[in-house]
Ligand binder design. Structure first.
Ligand code: URA
Length: 433
């Protein structure tokens, strides 16, 4: 088999065989296929697409390119949730403890943030002492005892994706549906869950800008997961504005705690309730309505918050901060961003808010950058809200006052104020099962 022929076949729009796809993924991971040939194939896939059978095979080859997790030692059904990434998305910190408090296990591998989106692992590291790297036996023991543990992605999982993603990033081939689907699902399937709920974001703050593309991506990923024997479903949810009111690591953890206390922002609470209910339902805990009632009860009686605290304690973090979020270190400097004119917020470029937060120190431009955990943005107004000139739109938080100027400019650039109240967008657009 020759890589040249595989590239040519895809360039001409033909379907690759399972053997050809495996030849490429295995050869590229092993360093036997050079970057220029892999890049040419990615570009051919970008233009010609892939069938579901090809995309599934690519996903399985990515999954099989490295080590796999074995959760057989976990007692009970294992469920996971994966978000395609957004600004202010702290849902994992809320739904994982809710679901675990109701008897379904969550053994979660999460990523770090890069660019305008944050990562769950970074957020958890804003809790003093919290360990995101655990030996596998300890990880599984915590899942069994507490119901949930969240750790960072181990380097050995899906190494093909690591290489391919880096290549796609510099060859303008990230936004290809089959490449995205196989990248996300290849990593997910390397973990050993029974059920997966996908939260596919749509809108300015996500990499799927249109509802149609988001639905297509969701159905491809659901199809792949089912073909691999998982129980799957996906929600298509709004990322035309940030989720909740907090952007930035410890600010988001504190908002997740408030949500588990029943005092979170409406949009975050609604989305977490929906995700957790679907996770439980997929795991066989009853129909959606019954699961939703259980979720609300677990928040109301404090069980879900106690589960988060127990996980934090088991992973070495300051459990007391979960009950006393005022103990999180606060940014020494704050600055209020004022509305430049009267009107309604007609649009928010969520990606722009993510970048403003990054400029304050909450995010990374490169994997080597260090984070300022207390930096970020607290939103006071979101899309649809009426504003008066001079009214506070948001509070910027940073450890260095010099960061405010650029962050404020980026924030205002991402905020559109107009005369007409905009039409309301739903939080959940569709369900793909
Ligand atoms: N997230 C991933 O893990 N992979 C992609 O290709 C895009 C987003």
């Amino acid at each position: 088999m020759r890589m040249y022929d595989i590239i040519k076949k895809k360039r001409d729009g033909d379907e690759l065989s399972a053997e050809e796809i495996r030849f490429f993924v295995e050869g590229y991971t092993a360093g036997e296929i050079p970057d220029y040939q892999a890049a040419a194939l990615c570009m051919a896939i970008y233009f010609k697409g892939m069938t579901l059978a090809e995309t599934t095979e690519l996903t399985l080859a990515v999954r099989d390119s490295g080590e796999k997790l074995n959760f057989e030692g976990v007692n009970g059904i294992r469920v996971d949730k994966h978000s395609t990434g957004g600004v202010g998305d702290k849902t994992s910190l809320v739904v994982a403890p809710i679901v675990a408090s109701l008897g379904v296990k969550v053994a979660k591998m999460s990523g770090r943030g890069l660019g305008h989106t944050g990562g769950t692992v970074d957020k958890l590291e804003s809790i003093e002492g919290f360990r995101v790297t655990l030996p596998e036996d300890e990880f599984l023991a915590i899942v069994n005892k507490v119901g949930v543990a969240i750790v960072g992605q181990s380097k050995a999982l899906a190494p093909a994706d690591k290489k391919l993603y880096a290549l796609r990033d510099v060859t303008a081939t990230v936004d290809s549906m089959p490449l995205i689907a196989s990248s996300i699902m290849g990593k997910k399937l390397a973990a050993d869950d029974d059920c997966i709920v996908l939260d596919v974001k749509t809108g300015s703050g996500s990499f799927m800008k249109t509802l149609e593309d988001s639905k297509t991506l969701a159905s491809i990923m659901v199809g792949i997961g089912k073909a691999a024997g998982k129980k799957m479903m996906a929600l298509i949810t709004d990322m035309d504005r940030p989720l909740g009111e907090a952007i930035g690591n410890s600010l988001e953890v504190k908002e997740a705690i408030a949500t588990l206390n029943g005092q979170g922002p409406d949009d975050l609470t609604a989305l977490c309730t929906a995700l957790a209910s679907h996770m439980l339902s997929l795991a066989g805990q009853g129909d959606y309505a019954a699961c939703e009632a259980k979720v609300k009860q677990a928040i109301a009686d404090g069980r879900a918050l106690d589960t988060l605290a127990a996980m934090v304690k088991a992973q070495g973090g300051r459990e007391d901060w979960i009950y006393h979020p005022e103990r999180f270190p606060q940014a020494p400097y704050t600055k209020e961003v004022k509305a430049p004119s009267d009107g309604y917020i007609t649009a928010i470029d969520a990606e722009g808010y993510g970048i403003a937060s990054l400029l304050l120190g909450a995010g990374r431009n490169t994997m080597e950058d260090t984070l300022d955990y207390s930096a970020g943005i607290l939103l006071k107004k979101k899309t649809g809200d009426a504003v008066r000139a001079g009214e506070t739109l948001a509070i910027l938080c940073a450890s260095d006052e010099k960061k405010f100027e650029a962050a404020e400019a980026r924030f205002l650039e991402a905020t559109t104020i107009g005369a007409q109240k905009p039409e309301e967008r739903p939080l959940i657009f569709a369900t793909v099962a």
